[in-house]
Design a protein. Structure first.
Length: 758
């Protein structure tokens, strides 16, 4: 089933803004000793990418063989069989297809590894169906061992005592003992398939890995999931022996890899050689500087000759590929002009762009200084705070990922360059090709200090019948609307005092704060109105949903009698995180009873209650060592290749919108059993009548276009301002102080903060 509601989207959006560091702060961490800004030629590997071989339908789990070959799990469309393919790492071509020739009809490989002798050991799940007595159907697990040519050595049913068992990880030690994890336990089986012992584990086992001497290590979390426990399997004692613990930051979030000479660990920024018992690690590979997005690399393993192989996802082509990494001698690393880019939190989409730019630009190379390395489990904002301190003190990189940093402080100090000068000085760049109102929204004093390659819009939607067709309104307009509605009518559903206050604050940041001048106006009376408005809402969210009717995939409600508050005017407004043309159409039919809608926005003094949110925002230092190279990277972000890779966002380039509209207005269809396209139309029940939903109309497209082309306000999040407002507003919501008193306190504290930041 699905529920057509933007409440969850907006909630997630605000959560992402308010907790960006929580989600990304530890993702690229490698401990405080990590630094990605250095260009060490000893850490550079050459990456070779191979598309999925034609013989295979997909690229599954990958293992490295002692013969130097890659073994990949997949399926052969031609043979209609599951296979393990032996692939040459030098050219990415399949040398051998090893079929799953199980006689059981329902048989598939759950896990496989290549053992120390080069044999393929795979754990197979065989479901044996008893059609006469279905209750007698059962699942049998078999260990199959075959050599690299596919000759069977062993086919043994495992002695599984549990009725319900689902093994998710597998290893085989040097003595042939099979170790499986699953059901919060570690299981050991001898080479005959008999269960040797079982070790209970309090939580899910997330890693199982073999060291060079054959010792098998596992990791799991403590019961409160705050700490990761590393242990080794002691076969003689039949127990796990704890060797070390780690918190959720740094190493605790990284991936362990087996190698011929020992273990490696990958944190998405570096690959290290690793001693699991002492936690000692030494850098061996820098992902970004090797032109690879380490966050996209998975199933990494080590070949006997020192090369790393694995799977990766190409964000630009949106395809899975195989990757082979070979260490480059330092003297073969090509010299380029180096550009530094600092980011407060690990930004996945920015890393995609950096890797793509570095691969294709022969003159410049972007070096990423990821301040997420300074984040800890106790303080996820530590990296952002350090970066802000560094910037203000004059330690400026060439490029800055603005994130949630106070960009107004940097512009007031003259730290950022005017990008309009770069645009107008580049004969290949034309401002009119882009959404110029978005550029204007990011202006400060007629200058453009940062750009977003793509954006979303936060707004509020309502029925035309209630608010009219013209977007924008004030608190007074909202009060008039509510005065004419029956008692018990709600403004929003699922909002709290805090969420409304923060939404009103950050959807109208420019109406309260002038970062360029270093001034604020919380005591003008408008903030007091916002406080009084927010007080109408509950302190805690007792109902996170909007009253939207839950519907099936055909659009038919779960229960036709279920009350839809938005459709029946029991709820007036719905917050909307807008990223596609389809949303206004879906909201109209699935939430608002088929009524026409208006992007009315949040009520504010200047009637500008809709705002742009840029998931990625980049600025250029006014003192950049390589200003032309830095501009080349920003131009890449605004170019066709990177723009076409974005999804669930509005693009900056106007030429992209025709395709978005065509896709939104194209009838829904499917391919039938004869290979022919069939058109179908969703329906929904409104007031007991089945109504065809149809596709996005020209009028709806125009409403979205009008909003996108008119919006000039940016939703800014300032952690310090949020902290001040949250702290002071509590006294108002509890009845200890008036709205005016709190507004004055906020005014004084924010003004002090702005003055100290200048």
């Amino acid at each position: 089933m699905r529920k057509f509601s933007t409440k969850r989207l907006i909630a997630l959006a605000l959560t992402g803004i308010l907790s960006a560091s929580l989600l990304t702060g530890c993702g690229g961490g490698g401990g405080k000793e990590a630094s990605t800004v250095d260009f060490d030629k000893n850490l550079i590997y050459k990456a070779s990418y191979y598309k999925k071989p034609e013989e295979l339908t997909y690229l599954g789990d990958i293992q490295a063989g002692i013969d130097g070959k890659i073994y990949a799990q997949s399926f052969s469309e031609k043979d209609q069989k599951e296979v393990i393919a032996r692939i040459n790492p030098d050219d990415g071509k399949v040398e051998k297809m090893i079929m799953n020739d199980s006689k059981e009809e329902n048989s598939w490989t759950m896990n496989f590894i290549v053992d120390k002798d080069g044999n393929i050991c795979r754990l197979k799940n065989n479901y044996i169906m008893d059609e006469k007595n279905p209750e007698n159907s059962k699942t049998v697990f078999k260990l199959e061992k075959i050599d690299s040519e596919g000759k069977e050595i062993l086919n043994q049913e495992l002695d599984i005592k549990e009725q319900e068992f689902y093994p998710d990880r597998m290893e085989i030690d040097n003595e042939g003992t099979v170790i499986l994890s699953g059901n919060n336990a570690i299981y050991a089986f001898d080479d005959k398939g008999k269960q040797a012992f079982k070790i209970e584990v309090p939580t899910y086992v997330d890693t199982m890995i073999k060291d060079k001497d054959g010792t098998i290590y596992v990791s799991n979390y403590t019961e409160d999931y705050t700490t990761r426990i590393y242990s080794k399997v002691d076969k003689k004692a039949k127990e796990l022996v704890e060797v070390r613990r780690a918190d959720n930051a740094g190493t605790g979030m990284a991936t362990l890899i087996s190698g011929k000479d020992g273990m490696y660990i990958n944190d998405g920024i570096f690959m290290y050689s690793y001693n699991i018992e002492t936690d000692e690690k030494t850098k061996v590979l820098n992902w970004i500087n090797s032109d690879v997005n380490g966050s996209n690399a998975y199933n990494i393993c080590s070949l006997p000759d020192g090369r790393f192989v694995g799977n990766t996802y190409n964000e630009l082509s949106q395809e899975n590929e195989m990757i082979v990494l070979k260490k480059l001698p330092p003297e073969e690393v090509k010299d380029k002009k180096l550009i530094t880019l600092a980011m407060p939190y690990t930004d996945y989409s920015l890393k995609v762009a950096v890797v793509a730019f570095n691969r294709q630009n022969d003159e410049y190379r972007i070096l990423v200084d990821d301040y997420a390395q300074y984040a800890t489990a106790e303080d996820y904002n530590a990296g952002a705070e350090k970066m802000n301190t560094d910037l203000i003190s004059g330690k400026m990189p060439d490029l800055i990922s603005v994130g949630n940093l106070p960009i107004g402080t940097y512009t007031s100090k003259g730290l950022l360059a005017d990008l309009y000068e770069k645009m107008d000085g580049d004969s290949e760049f034309n401002r009119s090709d882009y959404m110029e109102n978005i550029f204007k929204a990011y202006e400060k004093g007629g200058k453009l200090y940062s750009v977003v390659p793509a954006f979303n819009v936060q707004t509020v939607i309502a029925k035309e019948d209630n608010v009219g067709k013209t977007p924008g309104w004030t608190m007074e307009d909202l009060e008039k609307l509510m005065a004419d509605k029956p008692e018990g009518t709600e403004i929003f559903k699922g909002e709290t005092q805090e969420s409304i206050l923060m939404r009103g604050l950050f959807l109208a940041t420019d109406q309260y704060i002038n970062y360029t001048e270093g001034t604020c106006s919380f005591d003008s009376g408008e903030f007091a109105k916002l406080l009084n408005f927010a007080k109408q809402f509950p302190k805690e969210n007792t109902d996170a949903e909007t009253g939207a009717v839950e519907v099936t995939t055909s659009g038919i409600p779960v229960t036709e009698e279920e009350d839809n508050g938005l459709a029946k005017d029991k709820i007036m407004l719905e917050t909307c995180y807008l990223y596609s043309y389809n949303q206004i159409h879906d909201e109209k039919y699935y939430n608002f009873g088929g009524k026409e809608l208006t992007f009315i926005g949040f009520p504010t003094a200047n009637k500008q209650g809709s705002a742009i949110t840029g998931n990625l925002e980049v600025a250029l230092s006014s003192k950049a060592a390589q200003p032309d190279g830095a501009w080349a990277f920003i131009k890449y972000l605004l170019g066709d290749e990177y723009q076409s890779s974005r999804s669930y966002e509005w693009l900056m380039k106007k030429s992209a919108y025709a395709a978005l509209k065509e896709k939104a207005q194209k009838p829904d269809s499917y391919i039938d059993e004869n290979g022919k396209e069939q058109i179908y139309e969703n329906t929904v029940f409104i007031n007991g009548k089945e109504v065809k939903v149809g596709k996005v109309t020209d009028e709806e497209v125009k409403k979205v276009d009008d909003l996108l082309s008119s919006i000039t306000q940016v939703m800014r999040y300032d952690t310090k301002v949020q902290e001040i407002v949250s702290e002071e507003s509590g006294a108002f919501f509890s009845g200890q102080k008036s709205a005016e008193e709190v507004a004055k306190l906020v005014q004084n504290r924010v003004q002090t903060y702005l003055s100290e930041s200048k």
